[in-house]
Design a binder for this molecule. Structure first.
Ligand code: FAD
Ligand code: UDP
Length: 369
């Protein structure tokens, strides 16, 4: 049954970062908001929960919070305490684990060299294949580290993750990964790197805990939208679905998560995540205890298997898809009664902090600021 909404209530579709931050901002400004989500839980893809073995896991894959935005970090700090955490990753090539992103130690270990920083810089200069106009993800990697490192670490991972060749993906995808001349083996170098001390779901509970906010779970917007007349709607789901796929389906990449528990194994792997660019059907394995700092006699891990069909997790950044998105985006301009925000509605490869930033901006616009 459709929820009853009084006409002064804003309807928010989706209880992930986008929906929950807008909800909080509107509620604090005195607006009444009703949040619905088709899933049986809040927190969107950042949802975490304790598994059957007592270990805090991320149901939809590993979520590591990092940002350079002090304002965003301070904003979320109102709703959670933090546990400092710097993520580290290894990439497996021919059965050997190397620091990833590629740094000086990766070069030294892989090629039996003894380069210092200047030597690493000179090495990249020697092997890179200069590309005049960097447009694709292939261009990005060839232009910075050349063909051998491209083939060892990027080509097959990207094909597996996206079902596409790096030459078909926009530069921004591979540009997420830096190349380093020093020995810094952190995955991110942002100023703020931390995990919510009690988990993401607990942080979302605090975000949504406001007298002007009601939350209803297990409700699909498309089954109730005809019968509701909210003052305004904030939509954070896939944009093509909102417009009934009028111009066709926008591709979203999906994943299948294979969760596993290993009793009596204190530590399964030496870093939070290990990437498998060239072996297996999965892209990476993450061990949650690294991320959360939890102490437990056993350990829980997740393998990520990319898939074309299933829940939408990633917009697929190609020229063609962005052109299709633009056609949908043009329709949003006619819908002043609806705000479209978030990774699925804006079709942007946003990290969590960027979604918080977009949601704060959307709330300001709604409130006329
Ligand atoms: P979502 O979290 O997807 O929330 C949208 C919500 O809308 C969902 O709960 C959905 O159920 C609901 N919804 C959709 N359609 C309907 C409907 N018709 N009716 C009702 N409800 C609906 N970011 C980082 O910063 N660091 C990371 O380490 C990181 N790791 C990631 C790992 C994976 C595997 C994935 C997939 C993403 C990762 N991200 C990471 C990105 C992060 O998940 C997103 O930036 C963020 O969660 C997006 O928030 P959102 O609110 O836009 O979307
Ligand atoms: N990538 C790769 N090899 C790796 C890790 C990443 O080729 O070992 C490429 C791949 O195209 C991937 C992109 O870089 O999709 C971004 O990686 P990131 O780890 O940021 O992906 P996410 O955590 O968002 O899935």
């Amino acid at each position: 049954m459709a929820p009853f909404l009084s006409q002064d209530t804003t309807l928010i579709v989706g209880a992930g970062f986008a929906g929950s931050v807008v909800a909080r901002e509107l509620a604090e400004a005195g607006r009444k908001v009703h949040v619905i989500d088709k899933r049986p839980h809040i927190a969107g893809n950042a949802y975490d929960e304790t598994d059957a073995h007592g270990i805090l896991i991320h149901r939809y894959g590993p979520h590591i919070f990092h940002t350079n935005g002090q304002r965003i970090f301070e904003y979320l700090s109102r709703f959670t305490a933090w546990r400092p955490y710097e993520h580290r990753v290894r990439g497996v090539v021919d059965g050997v684990r190397y620091p990833f992103p590629i740094n000086r130690d990766t070069l030294n270990q892989l090629y039996g060299l003894d380069l210092d920083e200047a030597g690493a810089e000179a090495y990249y200069e020697q092997v890179r294949i200069p590309v005049e106009e960097v447009r694709t993800s292939e261009d990005v990697v060839l232009n910075s580290v050349g063909r051998d490192l491209y083939e060892k670490f990027f080509l097959n991972y990207t094909r597996k993750q996206w079902g596409m060749d790096p030459s078909e993906l926009k530069a921004g995808v591979a540009a997420r990964i830096p190349v380093r001349t020093n020995s810094d083996d952190r995955y991110f170098t942002d100023t703020f790197q931390a995990m919510p001390a009690d988990g993401y779901t607990a942080m979302f509970q605090n975000l949504l805990d406001h007298p002007n906010i009601t939350v209803e779970l297990g409700i699909d917007y498309f089954e109730v939208r005809q019968s509701m007349q909210p003052a305004h709607t904030v939509y954070t789901g896939p944009i093509d679905a909102f417009f009934d796929y009028r111009f066709g389906h926008l591709p979203y990449r999906s994943l299948r998560f294979e969760h596993d528990h290993l009793p009596d194994v204190d530590q399964y792997q030496e870093t939070g995540t290990i990437n498998y660019p060239n072996d297996h059907a999965f892209t990476r394995i993450t061990e949650f205890k690294h991320l959360t700092g939890q102490v437990h006699a056993g350990t829980s891990i997740v393998r990520e298997y990319p898939e074309a069909a299933g829940d939408p997790y990633y917009p697929v950044p190609s020229t063609e898809n962005e052109a299709l998105f633009k056609r949908y985006e043009a329709l949003t301009r006619e819908r002043t009664d609806v705000t479209f925000v978030g990774r699925l509605a804006q079709y942007r490869y946003y990290n969590m902090d960027q979604v918080v930033g977009a949601a704060l901006a959307a709330a300001r616009t709604i409130l006329g600021g």
